[in-house]
Design a binder for this molecule. Structure first.
Ligand code: GPW
Length: 829
């Protein structure tokens, strides 16, 4: 529609560059002002970090007027907005994004030239805020980018971890974790607001009291901490809008200070302070496998209670009628991590605001919606009643009452079907009494969504069918997306230039326009230009890997890339078995090296520090790389590279250079995937299973432009039902037997057969994710890849069609779907 802010005719879409930095001269003046007056250094004595700070502050200054204006407007208009509650935001570097959003890139570049400053040196100063593990945290970052670009009122709420996702190094091929001290030199992008700190309580007990003849419950907490908000700008793309990301940091309350002064035991008093401040100290590095640790529950309650309290008391006007809360806000639960917000809002409404239970519950049920991001049973969070009752006794009572009333309604509907009631209870009994957070979220949420069509369908029909029956219409799908600003425009300037030359700039806020590129796929000149961009991106990646890790990419190689967290369900082992198969055929002489299509296989993956199998697989990948890359018989035609510390910054270099995107999870296990979308939009072809959003990618790009392999989800189910014996697949496939035997022989561990034995025996005798069952289909698909790659021009045509047909995967579209199906929060004009 014409009034939509994404429409280029909208007045704000072309907001003129004004303000302190709107010309090269103005930028230079403001930059020097910041350097002198904020950093307190003259240019001549400044460090690169000083210059980076002054530069970032200049961009910040430019955005500031718009930010204040948006905050003012949101106060005045009091429109409905989205509070996105997420324990993770994997932001990536901010500088280039904020330059792009404000349209200052050229001015700022010229300004630095005028000052004789190397802008690349400044860029290199920024440490990316790695406040997330992987897909879930990056999705949150893409969503808030899209909401700002669409002009939808939004506050992102989360935790300001002092240490983000660990820095990965390899020592003798094995992962070693180092703390990510991203704040050591400070961050120019954050605005602390200690005056807006909130007191967050824990522990203690509950009691009842007489309130003018009414018996009420209250919580008498045992201890508390302060939650200090830090605000970050979330600028929309060239639309003059700036939303807010508000991350909470834990600080000891003065009761801790008092203890320090009053106790003779000074050390013990300081220990107590440290204990409080530990809450926001470090991001838990488990992706999809929560550990049920007390500190993690503390983190969750800490940020959710602070956020809900902040919204109710700080964002809403003082005289706001709390019954109208659903007209003003939707709290979107990014997985189960913030679900403790449900009993928290109930506690605030019932205990503090003195609403009747039923009225409070009616409000609560309209104010939350829940996104599920997994189907893995081990990823579904469950808190022991024991722990939850100790940390949040009042919340446990509230959860019990929610459950009682819910099960009562279930009984009314289905009679005394004890089996069903046990299955639907928010409280599980085995192996210990515990709260099933996904059930609580489903009962409380106005809507429950999965993150890709297949996933939403399985969630509704396989994981929560009883809930779907009881709450018809509650379940829905919103397929994930990615922001084209960061992952195409910034990450791939070459391709972006080519696209814009062909179809104009509208695609950046209306990604479906990439369809117009379909015609260009038939244009030989365009294909050549496209291929040249890909080649240039490979050289750019080569430069980065050489400087960063001393790795070399060989000319003329296909780049075959698998980057994502290391998890058995994602099946890095399947990729590795293909490599070992190829290597085995060369060294045994069955295939001449000169007949092998030159390939460089690139892995990037962090393993959760406590996930032994994942770490062993990392070790094996490095070990295979060491042997393959140095064996002269391979003649350099097969290489395995594993740059350490895969993160957003590296992704932005790797993805645009890739030819082949590996999306090879066992069907039914990857909820969506979002890397798959980034690769397709950057002109890589996918080899993938029918899983997650791969299904939708293949439907859109067409079977001719996608290498499908492996069992479908129903086939996986059928094989489980028949009884899966991985050893049968080993026995039945000569190639597989050779590859497995080569690993087992110690060929990659200096003859020591014990090092990788646990991997081999796990695959042979357990293989939960059916690597062996899909192996032959995978190798056959890779042969199709090899054959297709020989015809470079046809490959390029397919790559262009991947770009042209993947516009659906913009996170702007995801946001539109959330707004229509769940939030009902129109853009603020
Ligand atoms: F287990 N995802 C993630 F569902 O990155 F909570 N971390 C997580 O802890 C979980 C999910 C959780 C990912 C999914 O694995 C991926 O398929 C999906 O694309 C992504 O979330 C965003 O929805």
């Amino acid at each position: 529609p014409a009034h939509h802010p994404l429409n280029a005719t909208h007045p704000l879409a072309l907001a003129p560059v004004t303000g302190p930095a709107s010309s090269v001269d103005g930028f230079v003046r403001q930059f020097l002002r910041n350097l002198n007056y904020e950093r307190g250094v003259p240019l001549s004595a400044s460090t690169p970090n000083d210059r980076y700070f002054a530069f970032a502050m200049t961009v910040r200054d430019y955005l500031m007027a718009r930010w204040l204006e948006d905050l003012r407007r949101q106060r005045v208009v009091q429109a409905k907005g989205v509070c996105y509650l997420s324990a993770e935001y994997l932001l990536g570097r901010q500088l280039d994004n904020n330059l792009l959003a404000s349209g200052l890139t050229e001015i700022a570049t010229e300004a630095m030239v005028a000052c004789g400053i190397d802008i690349e040196e400044l860029r290199a100063q920024e440490v990316e805020p790695g406040l997330g593990n992987g897909g879930l945290g990056r999705l949150a970052a893409c969503f808030i980018d899209s909401l700002a670009t669409m002009g939808v009122p939004n506050i992102g709420y989360g935790i300001r971890y002092e240490y983000g996702i660990f820095r990965q190094t390899f020592v003798d091929g094995q992962q070693v974790e180092q703390p990510d001290a991203w704040l050591t030199l400070g961050s120019p992008w954050e605005f602390p607001h200690p005056e807006a700190a909130r007191r967050i309580s824990f522990g203690g007990h509950t009691e009842t009291y007489d309130d003018a003849g009414v018996t009420r419950s209250r919580w008498v907490p045992g201890w508390d901490v302060l939650a200090v908000p830090y605000n970050y700008m979330v600028p929309g793309y060239l639309n003059g809008r700036v939303n807010t990301l508000r991350l909470w940091s834990a600080k000891a309350t003065d009761s801790f200070d008092l203890r320090v002064f009053n106790s003779g035991d000074y050390e013990e008093a300081v220990r107590a302070q440290t204990f409080a401040e530990n809450i926001s100290k470090v991001l838990y590095p488990e992706d999809s496998t929560p550990q049920g640790k007390e500190l993690r529950l503390q983190q969750q309650y800490f940020f959710v209670a602070a956020s809900i309290g902040d919204f109710l008391e700080h964002t809403l006007p003082a005289d706001f009628d709390i019954h109208k809360l659903p007209d003003r806000v939707i709290f979107q639960l990014n997985d189960t991590h913030p679900v403790i917000g449900v009993p928290e809002l109930m506690r605030v409404l019932v205990d503090e605001r003195k609403l009747e239970w039923d009225a409070a519950w009616a409000i609560t049920q309209q104010c939350f919606a829940y996104t599920c991001h997994t189907l893995l049973p081990e990823a579904l969070e469950v808190w022991s009643v024991d722990l939850l009752g100790r940390l949040l006794p009042r919340h446990l009572e509230i959860i019990y009452r929610i459950n009682e009333e819910f099960l009562e309604a279930v009984r009314e509907r289905y009679g005394d079907d004890e089996m069903r009631i046990r299955n639907m209870s928010i409280i599980g009994e085995f192996p210990e009494r515990s709260v099933r957070m996904a059930y609580l979220a489903t009962v409380a949420g106005a809507k429950v969504n999965g993150v890709a069509e297949l996933h939403s369908q399985l969630l509704r029909d396989k994981v929560l069918p009883d809930f779907n029956d009881f709450f018809p219409g509650k379940f829905t799908n919103v397929t994930n997306g990615i922001t084209p600003r960061r992952f195409v425009r910034l990450a791939n300037p070459g391709l972006s230039g080519l696209i814009t030359e062909a179809i104009g700039t509208g695609w950046l806020t209306d990604l479906e326009r990439l369809r117009e590129l379909e015609a260009y796929a038939e244009d030989p000149q365009f294909r050549q230009a496209f291929a040249e961009v890909k080649a240039a991106n490979k050289r750019r990646l080569g430069d980065v890997l050489r400087a960063r890790d001393g790795l070399e990419i060989s000319d003329g190689h296909m780049l075959d890339v698998m980057v994502k967290r290391l998890h058995e369900y994602k099946r890095q082992m399947l990729k590795l078995l293909h490599v070992v198969t190829q290597y085995g055929s060369i060294v045994s002489g069955r295939v001449a090296a000169s007949d092998v299509l030159p390939r460089t296989v690139i892995f990037g993956a962090k393993a959760a520090p406590g996930y032994a199998m994942a770490k062993r697989i990392i070790h094996l990948i490095n070990a295979v790389g060491e042997v393959v890359n140095t064996d002269p018989r391979v003649e350099g035609r097969l290489k395995v590279l594993f740059p350490p510390n895969y993160n957003v910054t590296l992704a932005e270099r790797l993805i645009p250079a890739a030819d082949l995107s590996e999306q090879i999870s066992l069907a039914g296990k990857e909820a969506s995937g979002t890397g798959n979308m980034k690769f397709a939009l950057n002109g890589a072809l996918t080899i993938g299973t029918d899983d997650g959003a791969n299904v939708e990618i293949r439907q859109l790009v067409g079977d001719d432009n996608f290498f499908l392999f492996g069992m479908s989800e129903p086939e996986v189910e059928a094989l489980w039902a028949r009884g899966y014996k991985p050893a049968d697949f080993y026995q039945g496939d000569e190639n597989l037997r050779r590859a497995m035997d080569l690993i087992a022989s110690g060929a990659f561990s200096g003859g020591d057969r014990s090092v990788f034995e646990p991997i081999v025996s796990n695959l042979l005798y357990d293989d939960r994710f059916m690597v062996l069952a899909d192996y032959s289909s995978y190798v056959a698909a890779q042969e199709r890849v090899d054959a297709a790659y020989v015809d470079q021009d046809a490959w390029t045509r397919s790559a262009i069609l991947n770009v042209a047909r993947s516009g659906f995967f913009s996170s702007d579209r995801s946001m539109r779907d959330y707004i229509e199906r769940i939030w009902h929060t129109p853009p603020l004009l």
